[in-house]
Write a new protein. Structure first.
Length: 101
């Protein structure tokens, strides 16, 4: 898709992702990787991840109940709140209860 519409002026990687994600949803397909672009790339960088994608399995366990698309949203929406967070704090941000051990 990037090759087809990414060359159109004003169409960036976020627009390409959003269009591809919506087309996939229409066809019943979910992303198999977390795509890092714009804000989600900023949030991922705070966790030490770079590049165009990250495998969900590489992320902290706190993200495991989320889909790849939800993780992408989380990284983008909460990028400012991720600065300096511990794993326990990430768990609470993911609405996961702490272990009782």
């Amino acid at each position: 898709m990037q090759q087809k519409i990414g060359q159109i002026g004003g169409v960036g990687v976020l627009a390409v992702y959003d269009i591809a994600h919506r087309l996939g949803a229409f066809r019943g397909k979910e992303p198999k990787l977390v795509y890092l672009h714009s804000g989600s790339a900023e949030g991922a960088a705070l966790l030490g991840f770079t590049g165009p994608t990250v495998d969900k399995k590489e992320l902290p366990e706190a993200f495991s109940p989320l889909t790849c698309a939800e993780i992408e949203d989380f990284l983008c929406i909460y990028k400012k709140q991720l600065v300096g967070k511990s794993l326990a704090e990430l768990k609470s941000m993911c609405f996961m209860p702490e272990d009782d051990e």
